[in-house]
Ligand binder design. Structure first.
Ligand SMILES: Cc1ncc(COP(=O)(O)O)c(C=O)c1O
Length: 349
């Protein structure tokens, strides 16, 4: 049975060209700044994101943590959405490691934070009862908001607010290229108003490992130190970075296919009885949908689909997530819809 794995775009495997590039990679000691392949990837990443510099780190989680540690000291506050990946799914690292106080404001359905909510969360620096606000964190695309895209004009409004209060902006751009493709702009335009940006090579771009932190040369110098603090300095990391170079060169434009497949999946799912989903909300490669009252619970539907080779993720008692990616074709979407329909019919409520 062919397994159609829609749990995440992190399940993607390296392409043959990536494996070859890894085999051929020129290597050196990256902690000494001497791995030519890592240096090339970092230069490419900085150029693509329109920033002065970049540093390669092992994961998206470490990329975000390095950024928060570089922006905030112990006891200082970072404003972020209540559904931010950094808040929900990064093991509380900024608090555990950096003593950074997360201050959440509600994420709107479109992934944004209301500007009034952000402003209301900014602390009065003259009141000694409060931690000092340092940072606003945004996420683009927004994972838990079904891959929603923040627009450059929204980002510019947050920038203006941040400047009024002398705050920095960190953008969790794990899927920034998905945002850029949907917006029809360069990734640099999406990153323009952020002081720091992280992005992942091992999601839709299909590389096996790695993320980049991008920002000013001064910021990246500090980020490199924080990477070392976390044990993220890797020696002959070019063997991994080589795949990242291929990812940036060959895997960005094809994300449009994943978006088309996600839209196809969403339209099909929305037509099934028991599923609550507005396909118009699906802008990139993440489809989150709810099960109506009377439909079976998510765990049962997901188990029913998995038994027939279609894997999706349970993200709430009545909520399921499916993510399209490299290796999933239009035929797979048709098959997934057939299996989903059967699972809904067969699983008793
Ligand atoms: C928006 C977002 N940020 C950060 C991460 C963390 O990436 P990693 O799994 O490489 O640590 C993820 C992973 O799914 C994500 O979706």
């Amino acid at each position: 049975m062919r397994v159609i794995d829609l749990r995440s775009d992190t399940v993607t495997l390296p392409t043959p060209a990536m494996r070859q590039a890894m085999f051929d990679a020129e290597l050196g000691d990256d902690v000494m700044g001497e791995d030519p392949t890592v240096n090339r990837l970092e230069a490419m990443a900085a150029a693509r994101l329109g920033k002065e510099a970049a540093v390669y780190v092992p994961s998206g989680t470490m990329a975000n943590l390095v950024c928060l540690l570089s922006h905030c000291a112990r006891g200082e506050e970072a404003i972020m959405g209540h559904m931010a990946h950094t808040f929900l799914f990064e093991a509380g690292g900024s608090a555990a490691v950096g003593g950074i106080h997360p201050r959440t404001v509600p994420n709107q359905l479109d992934g944004t934070l209301d500007l009034g909510d952000i402003e209301a969360a900014i602390r009065d620096p003259n009141n000694p009862h409060y931690p000092a606000t340092r940072l606003i964190c945004l996420e683009n695309t927004h994972n838990r908001c079904s891959g929603a895209v923040l627009t450059p004009s929204y980002m510019a409004q947050v920038r203006a607010l941040a400047d009024r209060y002398d705050l920095k902006i960190h953008l969790d751009g794990a899927r920034i290229f998905n945002a850029a493709i949907t917006l029809g702009v360069a990734a640099a335009a999406v990153a323009h108003d952020a002081d720091s940006v992280s992005f992942c090579l091992s999601k839709g771009l299909s590389a096996p490992v790695g993320s980049l932190v991008c920002g000013s040369a001064e910021f990246v110098r500090e980020a490199r130190r924080q990477r070392k603090v976390l044990g993220g300095g890797m020696r002959q990391a070019g063997v991994l970075a080589a795949a990242g170079i291929v990812a940036l060169e060959t895997m960005v434009d094809r994300l449009a296919e994943d978006h088309a497949n996600a839209r196809r999946l969403a339209v099909g799912l929305a037509s099934l009885p028991g599923i609550v989903l507005d396909p118009a909300r699906i802008q990139t490669n993440i489809v989150i949908f709810d099960l109506a009252a009377g439909a079976p619970p998510a765990a049962r539907v997901v188990a029913g689909m998995a038994a027939h080779g279609v894997k999706m993720g349970v993200v709430g008692p009545r909520r399921i997530r499916a993510v399209t990616h490299y290796g999933i074709g239009a035929d797979d979407i048709e098959q997934a819809l057939t299996v989903a329909k059967a699972a809904l019919e067969k699983s008793p409520a």
